[in-house]
Ligand binder design. Structure first.
Ligand SMILES: [Zn+2]
Length: 151
């Protein structure tokens, strides 16, 4: 009998002022160079490219392949990146006492619905172990088993 491999979510913590954190997390996950990862933005609401959720692609002539799915969140001087090769992912970090909020945000960011529409029922967020002074959660768009690896 074939056992289904769990979907793997890689979580990377860093500093909020680290502009390369997202690309570096993706490059590390893919085992490639930083210059091979191109970051852009796409707004799920209006399609604009100057704001919205981050999208990562491999460097090269367009249309270059998507380098998995990524989500980024910041709180004070802390930043967290979640990356998943196979499925959409959402991560959120906030201050103490905001456990319910980060779970909700992680699911919303994963679904691309933001905070206005309720995320699909099958999206379940998990709490993350965080640096001191914050709480965080991550969600991934799968109805099968999934695992979180913290780098
Ligand atoms: Zn927009």
């Amino acid at each position: 009998m074939e056992t289904k491999r769990p979907v793997r979510v890689e979580v990377t913590w860093g500093h909020a002022d680290d502009e390369q954190l997202l690309r570096r997390a993706v490059a590390t996950a893919l085992g490639t160079g930083l210059d091979q990862v191109v970051e852009s933005r796409v707004c799920p609401a209006c399609g604009a490219s100057d704001h919205g959720r981050p999208v990562v692609r491999l460097a090269g002539p367009a249309p270059s392949p998507r380098a998995g799915h990524v989500s980024l969140s910041r709180h004070d001087d802390v930043a967290v990146v979640a990356w998943c090769e196979d499925a959409a992912v959402g991560v959120d970090v906030d201050g103490p006492g905001r456990e319910g909020w980060v779970q909700h945000e992680a699911r919303g960011k994963c679904a691309g619905s933001g905070i206005t529409a309720p995320p699909p029922e099958h999206l379940v967020a998990r709490s993350l172990t965080t640096p001191p002074g914050c709480v965080a959660a991550v969600a991934v768009d799968t109805d099968g088993p999934w695992e979180v690896v913290v780098r």
